[in-house]
Design a binder for this molecule. Sequence first.
Ligand SMILES: Cc1cc2nc3c(=O)[nH]c(=O)nc-3n(C[C@H](O)[C@H](O)[C@H](O)COP(=O)(O)OP(=O)(O)OC[C@H]3O[C@@H](n4cnc5c(N)ncnc54)[C@H](O)[C@@H]3O)c2cc1C
Length: 302
Amino acid sequence: MTELERRLCGRFGNRLQTGRPLADLTSFGIGGPADLLLVVEEVAELVFALCAADQAGVPAFCLGAGTNLLVSDRGVRGLVLRLGRTFQQLRIDGSRLIAGAAAPFGRVVETAVAAGLGGLEFGEGIPGSVGGALVMNAGAFGGELAQVVRRVEGVTRAGVELALEREQAGFAYRKSGLPGGFVVTAAEFELTPADPASLRERVAVLRARRQARQPSGLPNAGSVFKNPPGQFAGRLLEAVGLKGYRLGRAAFSDRHANFIVNLGGARASEVRELVGLASRRVKDRFDVSLEPELKMVGDWSD
Ligand SMILES: Cc1cc2nc3c(=O)[nH]c(=O)nc-3n(C[C@H](O)[C@H](O)[C@H](O)COP(=O)(O)OP(=O)(O)OC[C@H]3O[C@@H](n4cnc5c(N)ncnc54)[C@H](O)[C@@H]3O)c2cc1C
């Protein structure tokens, strides 16, 4: 037993899991085990766990709903943290919505619409948690989180509680500049009062547009690549012949080439190979460097 495991076991007992496979905690359904997995239920627990990992020099990774992740077949070394149900609370205060970081992003969108608060409709159909959506600056149909976030609360890698204003969060296209290892615990959104019926109508339009474009039925992690400036990654991938292209049990969707789907039993190594193949083909043919939106995490050593 390592020193970190001893300390965490001392505080959390059998809530600390060792060698826990992560595949079922991701939308891809792919991935090996975490050395240590802990679900924290309050900020003080998160502070304790992060301090302990930091002092032991062990990496800590925060897993959200796992909808934008490719976890390696070998899994994740160190400590994987998840936020429990107590981090799912939502509260409305005037035109502000305050959400715990583990709250499903879809529920935040629904709550805002029902309360007649506009600004989050773009998020209809984006799976995942509030924390993941913030870190990724999730967006669609011209909207993104950065437009409506006012404040982000969390804990630094060293276990210090910190609140950041939007300007300090370094939001850019599908990324944020939050401090390395920062775990988001809550966020405050500034929304605009609007007629709930027209918000619902807009959500329905966006839902239909999404359903018409996205592959359904097979496990995936959303768009694999970001769209390069002025272009669509999906079109480039289609142009280099990758729509429907298969490797082992993984394949580029035949519905939308910028999605890789797990046909059942896919390995992370197969998905990663497809990502590499696509990058090379698009670079060779169009001299465009594709940047993955999908986050590849864990131990990729051979
Ligand atoms: C079918 C499908 C459709 C999608 N459509 C869209 C779309 O339209 N637009 C879009 O932007 N994305 C889309 N995605 C991708 C994904 O849903 C978003 O990126 C989502 O915001 C990720 O949230 P998550 O909780 O699943 O994060 P995870 O996948 O668990 O993690 C993503 C990153 O966020 C970090 N993270 C998660 N929670 C926290 C936290 N509390 N504190 C600190 N770091 C944290 C992780 O460490 C990781 O680096 C789609 C995915 C799927 C499967």
